[in-house]
Design a protein. Structure first.
Length: 434
């Protein structure tokens, strides 16, 4: 295999195939972790903290909200730090922080202690969020970014699928083997914490850094934020910011409320135990994540072959249909949910891929750090809205409310994309290539 290629993708600079393998392992495990934490949360809230199911929507939303505030702060800190000490140590440190948080999560005796563990996890997850977008821009040439991002989406989907098909079933498996619900939860969190620790070590040895002379000079956070805002005068960058709001909000909706909706229905309407309800819910979550897994490479290839705004608009349409379609779902275990789950999975990964490729296409290298920082910030705002507003609507109105809300947001950004499509000109390759 040529050192300049990886699975048909053109590599940039001194990137080696093993660097790419490590990157894609991060793409798999990072989403596995970010899926595991919220989707395992109903089990933790019920079995460990004994919080009533009717209050878990608001509690879950608050945990996500405060976590996103930490991410908003830490995104700038990690981004600046990566310009000073490099991408590799920041990614490794992020995983080590997440590992510590995973070990602490089930040992929380109160909501306040659980919140502290959630904030620690968010601090580590912020490093991952910044580096995963930055590394794909550093490692891959522009004409291969669609394919590279599609494979990243495939790894994301595979990580999420492993969570719902295997990891979320571990508590029931351990209980069937004789453990108590508490023991089963502790064992599950310990396994995932160990995996996270191993991955942090792999990041240190497997990633590469840009040469020191090619790192961006340190700039104050306010100056970076101003540069990112001014960059939104480019219609493509502005649209990517809006799409990031929807894409990350979609991810939060699925991670926080999909399992909670199905698990609550299973326990309240079907009389299942919490572990049994989560295992049953896993089938529908697996459908969504399998759709994401299978469609991710297709979206990546499509994004390299057609206008990238058109590709983004297609995924926004799927998001509107999938998330908005939950309006008609009364029984989440019925066949109608399968259609929504397929569309949700496709749009979830599709929006992330197409918005990431669009922002890379439209951003000159000299302001890449600032623009990607604001791109992550708008995504964090989307997660906050999904968490707080979605949590309140989930408890006060109906379980499908967070999905319906982001279906409407997707429609708004879709109309925006249709209006500006013909007015967006790609940045010349020599300006955007790493």
């Amino acid at each position: 295999m040529s050192e300049r290629n990886f699975l048909g993708m053109k590599l940039a600079g001194a990137t080696r195939p093993f660097n790419m393998f490590t990157f894609y392992w991060a793409a798999l495990t990072g989403i596995l972790l970010q899926t595991f934490i919220p989707q395992m949360q109903p089990y933790l809230l019920t079995e460990f903290l004994h919080i009533p199911e009717g209050e878990q929507g608001v509690v879950s939303g608050k945990l996500s909200f405060w976590g996103e505030l930490v991410i908003i702060v830490m995104v700038g800190v990690w981004g600046t730090l990566s310009d000073r000490i490099g991408r590799r140590p920041v990614m490794a440190l992020g995983y080590l922080v997440m590992s510590a948080a995973v070990f602490l999560y089930p040992r929380a005796d109160s909501y306040e202690q659980l919140l502290l563990a959630r904030l620690a996890f968010a601090a580590g997850a912020a490093a991952y969020a910044v580096m995963i977008v930055t590394l794909i821009a550093d490692y891959v040439s522009d004409d291969s970014r669609g394919k590279a991002t599609g494979l990243m989406g495939f790894c994301n989907g595979l990580g999420a699928l492993i969570t719902v098909m295997l990891v979320l079933r571990l508590p029931k498996m351990f209980q069937d083997g004789g453990q108590t619900p508490i023991e089963a939860g502790l064992t599950t969190y310990s396994i995932i914490g160990g995996l996270t620790l191993f991955t942090g070590l792999l990041m240190w040895f497997g990633l590469r850094d840009l040469p020191v002379e090619r790192r961006e000079r340190h700039k104050p956070l306010l100056q970076q934020a101003r540069a990112g805002l001014l960059a939104a005068r480019d219609r493509g960058i502005a649209l990517a910011y809006g799409a990031s709001f929807v894409a990350r909000g979609n991810l939060a909706i699925v991670g926080t409320f999909f399992t909670l909706w199905l698990a609550n229905y299973g326990t309240l309407e079907l009389g299942l135990s919490r572990a049994e309800a989560m295992a049953s819910a896993g089938m529908f979550i697996a459908i969504a994540q399998s759709s994401a897994l299978l469609s991710a490479p297709l979206f990546g290839l499509l994004t390299d072959r057609i206008n990238r705004v058109t590709a983004l608009n297609l995924t926004l349409l799927l998001a509107f249909l999938g998330y908005g379609g939950t309006w008609f779902v009364e029984d989440p275990f019925a066949a109608g949910m399968i259609v929504c789950a397929v569309l949700i999975g496709m749009s979830e990964v599709g929006c992330i891929i197409t918005s990431s490729v669009l922002i890379a296409q439209q951003t000159p290298e000299r302001i890449r750090g600032a623009v990607i920082g604001l791109f992550n910030l708008t995504g964090a705002v989307g997660i906050m809205v999904a968490s707080i507003v979605g949590g309140m609507l989930f408890d006060a109105w109906r379980e499908a409310a967070p999905f319906i809300l982001f279906g409407l947001f997707a429609l708004v950004v879709l109309i925006w994309g249709l209006l500006v499509r013909s007015k967006i000109e790609p940045v010349p390759v020599e300006e955007s290539a790493p």
